[in-house]
Design a protein around this ligand. Structure first.
Ligand SMILES: C[S@@+](CC[C@H](N)C(=O)[O-])C[C@H]1O[C@@H](n2cnc3c(N)ncnc32)[C@H](O)[C@@H]1O
Length: 429
């Protein structure tokens, strides 16, 4: 397929996403099944167009004067993919699979410099969240928002139970991987432009042997901040499919004990295969049954709470959720977090550490949530970000990452990672 046909397909997929509120991945898959002639390169290009349209939905719409799928996809072609509006329109003329040629008005809008627009549109974030983001990031909130409108890199965490960074870099040399800037065991492959395809590393022999996991560098950094040590007793209370659990097991060199729990059996299910592939042998999975964790009360050195959250930190990877988030959903997540945090405190031994993590950038889910916990648990104290970082990494925290309360906030703009929040609390008595 040539570009005009791909643009036309992207408009169709985006229409499906917007009118039927289908997840992007599902709509793309259906399109591929209904259009078997399209190759893997076509499908990747169409996916990129759709995701790019959603990443910069607000600023594309401001430029075009409307937010129809056609306008958004045309804006991607010109603003993100560098096409010339007139030449693009001409290329549509002789192509049976192309969208309608551009109107004069469309060409004019696409050729003009970006118009004045409200700050939330320039930041490409929903208007109702502008105040929260300004509270989180101060004057740089628009730049921070823009950071979330870019394409994410593909990051891997080297599994030191089975391999080394040098070995993984060598085995994936065909993808030109680079060491990550902050996470000590990370490997990264920057996103390409236009129709670039994301490397499929999960078919690589090294992956099948458990040498590495796909994990955003931000997720690796917060797992390191948990500072689990060989011999520790650790409860991973929201283990899900085990992304953090695996990193903790490697950091502990398979010594000590990790209890991996999740209230959702289906989310926990993939952990068993992943533990095997990674050679993680110090993990006991606790399925969600009544009393499943009773024996751990008051005994843990560390309790990691990788909390259910709005996922605002993952907007680069899942731009559709950026526009679907509602105040009601946020309120639900806040209630979930409060419940799980309160539960977590019961497992700490005196002197034990509670590590609270979210992949959100909203202060309501981060500092505010912890502030509320501290108000009712006077035996907990914040380990300031500077100290927690020094203890975990053995280096000084990079400037600008600490939050007001003493947590660490990562973002694409700051650390070239997904958005993550992590704070360490110590039980005093
Ligand atoms: C952000 S995800 C965890 C991701 C996982 N730790 C990883 O690194 O792959 C949050 C998880 O919390 C779980 N969860 C929500 N409420 C919970 C609760 N009260 N107790 C335990 N798990 C809970 C959800 O089922 C979900 O799997």
């Amino acid at each position: 397929m040539r570009l005009p046909g791909r643009l036309s397909a992207a408009i169709d997929v985006l229409t499906e996403v917007e009118t039927r509120r289908r997840p992007v991945s599902e709509a793309l898959k259906s399109w591929g099944q209904a259009n078997r002639f399209a190759g893997a390169g076509d499908r990747a290009a169409i996916g990129n167009l759709v995701y790019d349209a959603l990443r910069r939905r607000a600023s594309h719409a401001a430029l075009m004067g409307d937010d129809s799928p056609r306008s958004l996809v045309l804006a991607v072609a010109v603003r993100d993919w560098g096409e010339n509006p007139k030449a693009l329109s001409q290329s549509f003329a002789g192509d049976a699979h192309a969208p309608e040629p551009l109107t004069e008005a469309e060409i004019a809008r696409l050729s003009a410099p970006a118009p004045e627009m409200p700050a939330h549109a320039a930041a490409d974030v929903p208007e109702w969240l502008a105040q929260s983001l300004e509270r989180a990031f101060g004057d740089s909130w628009v730049d921070e928002g823009r950071g979330f409108a870019g394409r994410p890199s593909l990051d891997l965490r080297v599994n030191t139970l089975k391999s080394s960074r040098e070995r993984v870099l060598k085995s994936l040399a065909r993808f030109n991987p680079q060491p990550t800037a902050v996470a000590p065991l990370g490997v990264t492959m920057p996103a390409g432009a236009r129709d670039a395809r994301t490397p499929n590393v999960t078919t690589d022999e090294g992956y099948l042997k458990g040498w590495f996991e796909v994990q955003d560098q931000g997720s690796q950094i917060v797992a390191t901040l948990a500072n689990a040590r060989p011999g520790d007793q650790v409860l991973d209370l929201c283990a899900g499919a085990g992304g953090k659990t695996l990193a903790l097991a490697a950091a502990m060199d398979n010594r000590g004990q990790i209890f991996a729990f999740d209230s959702d059996r289906a989310r926990l299910a993939p952990i068993y295969d992943r533990l095997k592939r990674n050679g993680a042998r110090n993990v006991q999975v606790r399925a969600p049954e009544s009393g499943a964790l009773d024996d751990l009360a008051g005994k843990m050195d560390r309790v990691v709470v990788d909390a259910p959250c709005t996922g605002t930190g993952t907007w680069r990877r899942r731009p559709d959720i950026k526009w679907k988030l509602t105040p009601e959903l946020l309120a639900q997540r806040l209630a979930d977090q409060s419940a799980v945090l309160n539960q977590a405190t019961g497992f700490l031994k005196p002197g034990g550490h509670l590590v609270y993590i979210t992949c959100s950038i909203l202060p309501q889910e981060n500092d505010d949530q912890v502030q509320a916990l501290l108000a009712t648990h006077t035996n907990l104290a914040v380990v300031p970000a500077v100290e927690a970082w020094q203890a975990a990494f053995g280096t000084t925290i990079p400037s600008g990452l600490a939050t007001e309360l003493g947590g660490v906030a990562l973002t694409p703009h700051r650390t070239n990672t997904d958005g993550f929040y992590c704070i360490v609390l110590r039980r005093l008595a």
